[in-house]
Unconditional design. Sequence first.
Length: 264
Amino acid sequence: MGAEQSDLGPLLVEQFREQMNNLAAAIQLLTPVVREKGGEQYDPYLAILHQSLYRMMRLLGNVEYLELDQCGGQELKMETLDLAGLCRELAEQAAPLTGLAGVTFRYEEETGSLLTRGDGRMLRRMLLGLIANAVKAAGKGGQAGLRLAVRKDRAALTVWDDGPGLIPPQDGEDQGPLYRPDGPGLGLRVARSIAAAHGGAVVFQQQEDRGCRAVVSLPIRPPEGSQVLRTPSMGYDRGGGFSDLLVELAGVLPYQAFLPRELE
C-alpha cells in the first residue's frame, strides 16, 4: 500500500502536466483570435486567464520539484557563475514587476562580482520564491529588496520586506502567532531545498520594529582551473517560453502584468 501511495504523486503530476500543456497551447491560440474579433475590451479577461495559467504552472512546478526531491533529490547543473551578476540581473528584472503590485524593490551589493559554482537556474528560482513572499508581506505601498554580502567563505543573500513581520514557521515548528497561513507554503519549501542542495540554509529573522528577512547562507565555491564562467540569462524558461519571473511572481502580481500586450 505504501509503495502504491508513493507512486501516486508522480503519476498525478504527469497527468496534470499533460493537461496544463494542452491548456497553455489552447490559451496561446485563443488569445490573438479573441483580440482580433473582440478588441481590447476583452484584454482584462485574457489577462486573468493568463494569470491563472501562470499560477497553476507555479503550483504544479513546486509540487513536481518536491516530489522529485522526496525521491532522491534534484540533479543540479553545477557550473561556474557570477552570483553578483545573477542577483543584479534578477533584481533589475523583478523591480518593474513588483512596481505593478505597488511595492518598491531595491538591490544592494557589497561586491560587483562573486565567482562561485552553482545551478544558476535553481538559484534564480530560490530567490524568486523568497522575493514573492517578501512582496506579498510588504503589500501595496511597501518596500522589499535583495542584498548580497560576503561573510568570510560564504555568501549571504538577504531578501527583506517592511511588512507586518509575519515569519513562516521553520521546519518542524508549530505555527506561531506571527504566522498567517496564506497558502500551502510550497514555494518556501522549494527555496529551502534548493539552498540545502547547494550546501546552504535559509533562516527567517523578525525585524525589531517592522518587517522580516529571509537570509540565505551559501558556501562560496571558487572555480577550479580554467572553468568557463557562465552567468545565464534566465528571463524565459527554455522549455516553454514562459517567463520564470511571471511564473514565480504570479501569486503576488496584479492581473495587469498579464495583459496580452505585456506578454508579447
